[in-house]
Ligand binder design. Structure first.
Ligand SMILES: Cc1cc2nc3c(=O)[nH]c(=O)nc-3n(C[C@H](O)[C@H](O)[C@H](O)COP(=O)(O)OP(=O)(O)OC[C@H]3O[C@@H](n4cnc5c(N)ncnc54)[C@H](O)[C@@H]3O)c2cc1C
Ligand SMILES: Cc1cc2nc3c(=O)[nH]c(=O)nc-3n(C[C@H](O)[C@H](O)[C@H](O)COP(=O)(O)O)c2cc1C
Length: 574
């Protein structure tokens, strides 16, 4: 009997989505009637009718749920509760399995909570919750059962799931290994431009090697959904200035965007959508023999767009390829030796080889495609093979002038172990922003920028509450916003601990602090023989801190990359 299986995922940067897609493909290969959906796209009201559900989710933002998982963790669970309460009898128990992807940080587990709720609602767990560590040197799909750290990894968990779906041993594949499943994500060539594309893409693969897929098996899923242009704010770059010394190791920019008046508060975050540089987009098209001007239709755009625009804005061609990339790419090469190599790299047994080839030298998808020049990704599989390009977050560094957005952005630029120069994707994009260009839309490559604002969930105390702020490096950004805001009206004491290497080289916004209502304690780690960090200065000021905390102070902390942002990184001082 064909088993029905629903896979629901919550993913912020794509790791959990990649795992969910792997589960989906495996289930289809095993002959299951599998369906796949982001959690916020699934009508949870229907979950009581499901037979077997797999939840895959990541943890993000200090233990928070990814954006596309928020709905089931709050309101939809309430809907479920109401459903269950009014039901005349207990619903039959539904099997469910959960997999959580995260760094093994001591944070609360979101799936644990969801699992508990589902259990209360009558779901029966068929497998212990799996936990995958995306920072493990061997990647998520770790294989070594003898290593206790990775015992709950993806591959062993997947084996157990397979055994549940198909108790026969060995598990018979419903598909021969050389047959490929149809693509998950939809992309089509606009009829006017069919002539320009390489032949494989138009013809697709041989129809008898593709397993039929029900049209409703992928619900509202599209890799470009995270890049929907709805609500994006057009802005003009009016400043892109280096604020660290020329000879300092790190290039930190004070970037200012002008816009119409915006609604934001200290702790809010600007969401930037980077573009891949035009030469890299051209190289990608050249390697794939794509005609860059081919018009393609994808679901998140109301009208067809040129292929080069899709690649520039939406495909992460500079990411380090995951195992699933090699697995899919192995179907698309005509070179048997390369095909064998790609299959090897995609196999969990060879995770050392994969690590040495990809993660260690930080080799990108674009470079792998150059190494394997016979790979030709059919256009209809493009969104399956190349992961989506995710936006980057930056803490907003101002608050008083509502027609401006200020950022303190550290440019990521380094040399790999092979001495190749690397830029961070967004760093290179920010570096390329030219002052004065009127950025009104994202549709013209290279001259456009639009941003979004993500509200902080932290409810800041009123201005009468004293505050202790700790913000080393670009972690100063949200503190600057908060201090500006508190300087506008009479406010209680604000103490700021700021850390950097040298007073003369990377003391960010050094000339501003004297104009604000703030007591500043800087720590310059390398200006004297003995290194001195923020924690040393804090220890010296413990009396002052104890005193201010007794008076009800709040403490906000940031790490040096600014990454945690006020919205996720605060604690009540006690
Ligand atoms: C809520 C939030 C707020 C943030 N606020 C700020 C902010 O105010 N200011 C700010 O500058 N950033 C901030 N960040 C970080 C920012 O979003 C980006 O992650 C950062 O700018 C890098 O993006 P990128 O695209 O340039 O680099 P990517 O292309 O994403 O590359 C970054 C990756 O490069 C690798 N890497 C970097 N350096 C090296 C090295 N030396 N050797 C080997 N590998 C290396 C690391 O794996 C790293 O993960 C914030 C992040 C979050 C989540
Ligand atoms: C901003 C940010 C915050 C994170 N916070 C946590 C956390 O609180 N706990 C945790 O276990 N992992 C945390 N992680 C690690 C993610 O869970 C991990 O990178 C995961 O693979 C992301 O999966 P995704 O790509 O599906 O979102 C965080 C990652 C980021 C980028």
């Amino acid at each position: 009997m064909t088993r029905s299986l629903l896979i629901l995922y919550g993913s912020e940067t794509g790791n959990a989505q990649d795992c969910a897609e792997t589960v989906f493909r495996i289930a289809r290969r095993l002959g299951c009637d599998a369906r796949l959906s982001a959690m916020d796209r699934y009508p949870f009201i229907r979950i009581v009718d499901e037979n077997l559900v797999v939840f895959v989710a990541s943890t993000t933002g200090q233990g928070a749920v990814p954006a596309n998982m928020k709905a089931p963790c709050s309101s939809t669970i309430l809907i479920l509760e109401i459903l269950v309460l009014v039901a005349p009898q207990q619903p039959p128990r539904r099997p469910a399995a959960c997999l959580e992807i995260r760094h093994l940080w001591p944070r609360r587990l979101q799936l644990y909570k969801l699992e508990q709720r589902l259990s209360q609602l009558g779901a029966q767990s068929i497998l212990p919750r799996g936990e995958g560590d995306d920072q493990h040197p061997h990647g998520l799909a770790v294989f070594d059962h003898s290593d206790s750290r990775v015992d709950g990894g993806f591959v062993p968990w997947l084996d157990k799931l397979k055994a549940f779906i198909h108790p026969d041993t060995p598990i018979p594949d419903a598909l021969p290994p050389d047959a490929i499943l149809p693509p998950i994500h939809s992309i089509s060539v606009h009829s006017d431009s069919i002539m320009g594309l390489h032949s494989d893409s138009i013809m697709g693969l041989q129809s008898d090697s593709i397993m039929g897929l029900h049209s409703d098996s992928i619900m509202g899923l599209h890799s470009l959904d995270s890049h929907s242009m709805e609500g994006s704010i057009p802005v003009v770059v009016v400043q892109n200035m280096r604020i660290t010394a020329k000879d300092h190791w790190q290039d930190v920019r004070h970037i200012i965007f002008k816009s119409h008046p915006l609604d934001f508060d200290p702790g809010d975050v600007a969401v930037i959508y980077p573009l891949n540089p035009p030469p890299d987009v051209s190289l990608f098209c050249q390697l794939q023999r794509y005609n860059a001007t081919t018009m393609v239709s994808v679901s998140s755009y109301p009208h067809p767009i040129p292929l080069h625009h899709l690649i520039a804005c939406h495909l992460d061609i500079h990411s380090i390829p995951r195992r699933s990339f090699f697995n899919l790419a192995s179907y698309f090469t005509t070179n048997p030796t390369h095909q064998q190599k790609l299959v090897q790299l995609s196999s969990p047994e060879n995770s050392d080889d994969l690590y040495d080839y990809t993660s260690r030298p930080r080799r990108t998808i674009l470079e792998v495609l150059a190494d394997f020049p016979d790979i030709r990704i059919p256009l209809e599989y493009l969104l399956d093979v190349i992961p989506p390009l995710h936006p980057r977050h930056f803490s907003i560094a101002n608050s008083t002038e509502k027609t401006e957005i200020h950022l303190a952005a550290a440019i990521v630029r380094y040399k790999t172990i092979l001495w190749k120069e690397r830029w961070g994707v967004c760093s290179r994009y920010l570096d390329s922003l030219i002052i004065g260009t009127c950025h009104t839309t994202r549709l013209t490559l290279g001259t456009t920028i639009s941003i979004d604002i993500e509200k902080s969930w932290v409810k800041l105390p009123d201005s009468k509450t004293p505050m202790v702020l700790i913000g080393p490096g670009t972690g100063i950004a949200p503190m600057r916003s908060l201090i500006q805001s508190r300087s506008q009206n009479p406010a209680a004491e604000t103490i700021l601990f700021f850390g950097c290497r040298n007073k003369e080289k990377d003391f960010l916004f050094r000339d501003e602090w004297k104009y604000h209502n703030v007591v500043l304690f800087p720590a310059f780690s390398r200006d004297q023989k003995n290194k001195e960090y923020v924690q040393h200065v804090i220890t010296r000021q413990h009396q002052l801190i104890r005193d201010i905390v007794r008076r009800g102070a709040w403490e906000f902390g940031e790490n040096a990359t600014g990454r945690s942002s006020l919205s996720v990184g605060y604690s009540r001082a006690c």
